[in-house]
Design a protein. Structure first.
Length: 168
């Protein structure tokens, strides 16, 4: 190989080097644009998961606010729900096991435009870590007891993860 390069005219060496350089630049451009598409798809999926998690939390907070209103008789309450993680999606897949390991292939449905879409099998909502409620009468031990019992039963949450405080 070295002897072939030494025997080549300088102009031919220059043309080959230029061609290799252009080829390298094209590979970098093509590789980086594919990464951007994958990153954009990943960001879209993460935004969807974030939106679903926020909607789930908001739904829980509204339900707790409603029951708080019914128990205390006051419309003035604030509720904060914390969860451990985001919503997780499980998609339909075909798994094949052999001696070398497991091979998973996701099942897709083709839309009219030709794009494939994954089939959602189930959504797994994150467990609730804690609930805080600030409401009128929240300092009253009777109201605290009722709210803690209702929230604990509804969410399967131990009472030490529920905080009820009064507001003026």
């Amino acid at each position: 190989m070295k002897t072939k390069l030494k025997d080549m005219p300088p102009k031919l060496k220059l043309v080959i080097l230029a061609a290799l350089g252009i080829f390298g630049v094209l590979l970098v451009i093509i590789g980086s644009s594919g990464g951007k598409k994958a990153a954009a798809q990943k960001n879209t999926a993460e935004n969807t998961e974030d939106n679903a998690t926020l909607a789930y939390i908001e739904s829980l907070e509204n339900k707790i606010r409603t029951i708080t209103r019914q128990i205390t008789g006051s419309d003035n309450s604030s509720v904060i729900v914390t969860v451990s993680d985001g919503v997780q999606y499980v998609y339909v897949s075909d798994e094949k096991s052999d001696e070398g390991g497991t091979d998973r292939e996701y099942i897709t449905v083709r839309k009219e435009n030709g794009a494939g879409t994954l089939i959602l099998q189930k959504e797994i909502y994150p467990p609730v870590e804690g609930v805080s409620v600030a409401c009128r009468g929240g300092d009253d031990p009777g109201i605290q007891s009722k709210l803690i019992a209702v929230i604990s039963t509804a969410l399967g949450l131990p009472s030490n993860r529920i905080c009820i405080v009064g507001v003026k």
